[in-house]
Design a protein around this ligand. Structure first.
Ligand code: NAD
Ligand code: UDP
Length: 325
């Protein structure tokens, strides 16, 4: 997509979250004006504090499912990242999750329509559910339990994808759907329950690493800088997607635990705990499309990414300790 102005404006819904804050930072670095909209339900102001002093950056606290946005002037990109994202967060807030995917998507698509902006949906590998094929390519329809505990998230994103496609065909909105696979990095919250943040927090505190089930389930972990690079390439393209963005390096959860122990030089034991209901047994993206369309492949090795994340989280955990007299 050719940008229309010298200092284009981007709206980032969910911009105070983990992924959104890195995206805002990248947009500012690339010369965008950025309006970050977030209700701070799972995000934090500290994620964007360093951006607030930047003249091109502004923050609006708002629930995108409940309020329609009014934005002054031209807008070229609208990113929709506003949704609970970790299983812990969406299992605790299933209704809000469905509303973020439905009403939130509608409100942001309306903003894009009124501004003739490109709309980018942060969808997810969870639309493939507990997949029966692996790796997952974009033409796989998925295997989702529509009434299981994970359904609020999976179905919210599936509906959001469908609504995005409908606005493209019915209203001519320029849209793109990115299916993001597990992304990790600095600014993940230590208590968000996700595998990388939980294992690193446990390893740094010499607590047991809690592996769900037998740990043979797989995930493919992508470092946040790589995911943001993929999102930016996709935003600047004219492709509608869906496009998978993720790392094709597939690991069992046991192996992830072992790697975290090595990176953090921890002697934490592994503790096997109850499996999650409907936990996908495999997950690995086929990224052929992103390679061809966007010339994108992840560049940061898992070892380097985990080291960066562990270093950052050690600082966070240290700051959270009560000051010693
Ligand atoms: P996150 O929880 O850190 O970020 C989500 C942000 O959205 C938070 O700041 C939260 O406060 C905000 N938010 C939630 N509901 C909102 C609402 N109704 N109105 C306004 N703001 C709202 O999670 P994340 O990992 O940064 O995920 C960001 C997006 O990327 C999500 O949409 C998620 O589904 C998608 N995604 C993330 C991953 C991943 O591995 N991190 C993988 C696939 C998809
Ligand atoms: N997991 C685990 N221990 C934890 C947290 C997660 O074994 O303390 C497992 C989880 O059951 C899943 C995988 O790690 O199989 C990835 O979980 P996460 O919540 O990070 O993301 P998901 O891909 O399930 O959305």
């Amino acid at each position: 997509m050719a940008l229309k102005t010298a200092h284009p404006k981007a709206v980032v819904a969910g911009g105070a979250g983990f992924l959104g804050s890195h995206l805002c930072q990248r947009l500012i670095a690339d010369g965008f004006e950025v309006l970050c909209v977030d209700d701070l339900s799972t995000g934090r102001e500290s994620n964007i504090r360093h951006l607030l002093e930047h003249a091109g950056f502004s923050f609006l606290r708002s629930d995108v499912a409940m309020e329609r946005l009014t934005v002054q002037g031209d807008v070229e990109l609208v990113f929709h990242l506003a949704s609970p994202a970790s299983p812990t967060a969406y299992l605790a807030r299933p209704v809000e999750t469905l509303l973020a995917g439905s009403l939130g998507t509608r409100n942001l698509l309306e903003l894009a329509r009124s501004k003739h902006a490109r709309f980018l949906l942060a969808s997810t590998s969870e639309v493939y559910g507990d997949p029966q094929v692996s790796p997952q390519s974009e033409d796989y329809w998925g295997h989702v339990n529509p009434v299981g505990p994970r359904s609020a998230y999976d179905e919210a994103k599936r509906f959001a994808e469908s609504l995005t496609v409908a606005y493209r065909s019915a209203s001519g909105v320029d849209t793109g759907i990115a299916r993001i696979f597990n992304t990790y990095g600095p600014r993940m919250q230590a208590d968000d329950g996700r595998v990388v943040s939980t294992f690193i927090r446990q390893a740094l505190s010499e607590m047991p690493l809690t592996v769900h089930g037998d740990g043979h389930q797989t995930r493919s972990l992508c470092y946040v800088d790589d995911t943001v690079e993929g999102l930016m390439r996709f935003a600047r393209s004219e492709h509608s997607g869906p496009v998978n963005l993720g790392s094709p390096r597939e690991l069992t959860v046991r192996r992830i635990a072992a790697l975290v122990r090595v990176v953090t030089q921890s002697s934490s034991p592994i503790q096997f705990v109850a499996a999650m209901v409907d936990d996908p047994k495999v997950r690995c993206p086929d990224i052929s499309l992103a390679k061809t369309l966007l010339r994108w492949v992840p560049a940061v090795s898992l070892e380097t990414g985990l080291e960066n994340t562990a270093k950052w989280m050690a600082g966070e955990l240290n700051d959270a300790l009560p000051a010693r007299a």
